[in-house]
Design a protein around this ligand. Sequence first.
Ligand code: BGC
Length: 727
Amino acid sequence: MTSHTGRPDTDARPWLDASLPVEQRVDHLMAAMTLAEKVAQTHQVANIHPDDDAEQIRAGRISSSLYASGATAGNERDEGVLVGNIDAAQRHAVEGSRLGIPILFGRDVIHGHRTVFPIPLGLAASFDPELLEEAAAIAAREAAVDGVAWTFTPMVDISEEPRWGRVAESLGETPVLSGRLAAALVRGFQGPDPSDRDRLASCAKHFVGYGLAAGGRDYDTVSVGENTLRNLHLRPFKDAVDAGVTTVMASFNDVDGTPMHAHERLIREVLKDEWGFDGVVVADWNGIGQIVFQGVAADRREAAKLAIHAGVDLDMVSASYLDHLEELVESGEVDVALVDDAVRRVLRLKFRLGLFEHPYATREGASNAPTPQTRSVARRAAHASHVLVKNDGVLPLGEDAGRVLLSGPFVDDGDALLGTWVLDGRGEEVATPGDALRERLGHRVTVADGRFPDVTLMQARAADTSVLLLGEHRSRSGEAQSVVDIGLPPGQLELVRAVAAYGKPLVAVVYTGRPLDLSEVLDLADAVVVVWHPGIEAGPALADVLLGDVEPYGRLPMTFPLSTGHIPTSTHQRPTGRLIRADVDRKEGRYIDALTYPRLPFGRGLSYTTVEYGEPKLSDATLVGDDSVALSVTVTNTGDRPCREVVQLYFRDPVAQVTRPLVELSDWAVVELEPGAARDVLFDVRAEQFAYYGRDLAARVDDGAIELLTGPDAASLQSVTLTIQTA
Ligand code: BGC
């Protein structure tokens, strides 16, 4: 409603006065609302349509809409978001409803919108928060041009389960890497002020424990205690909250029998009360309705009651709140204060996003098509995600590589290179490996899609060097894409064996959304590069790395196990009574039919040069109270090419109140070294880095020894002992 002056009528609608603090605006609006209008603010629908839903919107019965194609992880295309539709729906809400509360539009903008970056697990391989922040800011702007105001990312579920397809969306297996990168993504999406029209609200998900789904089966049950949750799984959420994330999504799983959408202890008590999170907790898709399927509520009415008590503020698509909350309040089963709390949070978000000031998204002449600038960031991000895990000297490919065969289904299939959860990226905009290598190698390269393995064999025989593009299609990873076997898709290994039998140089490039069993490929190929699903600049990035114009510098953000049967393996394995001081790479274990060690440890990533690490040294052997000590390690480039080295610091707490990880990533530093150069890399070490939750679930730091370990990955470490003296 505007007055005759064209300015908002702040007498009739004081909440429209943008000069007032947000909390006061929320108070004014709440005071004007009926219970039904309040309840409507807790209701999110999917794929709202301005004509079909006009009546509901004008009746003020819809708070938010997401645009999504269901549980397909973006593996199926929808029609895209149409900013015209968004604005038409918004006009009904702002100009046609009693209170004029704008609708909040959300969409899964997971690793880029039109400019598609590598999948999150690939981005995590960069160990580069600034790069992720830059990528997220680009994605935010592009999505905002389409009318999106809220994205459901970052996913910070920690997992040591490669069978679970959603690891593709994760930021890896360690809380420190995951937490720092999540905070960077939140900053990138939201910016310093989320009301900036080029920014979005972001969402840390899925709260909590989702990565522990039994057997790696998506949505499955989770048995975990609060101590493990606090020491591992809650940490990246806390980092996202500290970075100012405005929303958090509840997870589909139960935790020890309680569905997360009904988990009052974890959502209301820990997230909201203990951490002071004042944003919105959104349900996952039909997550409230699913409490019924989980057998913990008889019907959606009871589910609504449980979820509102637990602290879920916004009901994604189940309509349980819309249909039942009013009556639950009237019957006295739900205190209206709980509804008020949820509504306040939703309205607070809408004010924070500036939706009341600029509800409409259409911008004259604005384009979100990828530009040379956004593509160059995507190319850098793809470089940073490429992890060289084996090289017997065949890479980089020089003149001596002779005639090169580039073969495999990814050569020219733009769509397959984008990765899971891409709703708006376009396959035809992807620069493919085929094009990039044709351009760079001209007549020296034969490019083939490998449809006929017999032809591939003939081509490999005629070539001097074969580069096979292997791995899983993007639609085999992501939501609901669990597998029982993390081996390569059928047929690929046979081809590798046959090509390797020629005894000529063989390079394997692996496209994947999860750690795969690469054991035999690693044995047979002369070089192996894991490139995940790299996004829109897949081709040029690969050419740059294969030809040595860019040094490979990604590092594995998840452990690659020896085989499917070895799962789980990760850096945060805890000691047992029989392996109490085992190193993670100790080739023993508790299977009698196989050795037990990671095939590729967390943090692994080679360069085209050689790097040597000295022993870590401490400025002081004792750390007292709040002081810090400096840990230094000399890193030397002993080869003849430059490198970007990710120097990793881990720790082990040998005696604690609860079992602690065998090694845990604590920090890392990135150094660039010219050939022959050496650098003393310094880490500032403080006692708080070793804090953990004890048996009483309180955070603590103990007096005594801490082992600090440095090196290029979790299995190649040298250690020094530090004594902690808390007072
Ligand atoms: C997924 C979420 C996603 C939501 C909306 C759910 O199935 O678990 O991660 O944000 O759908 O698309």
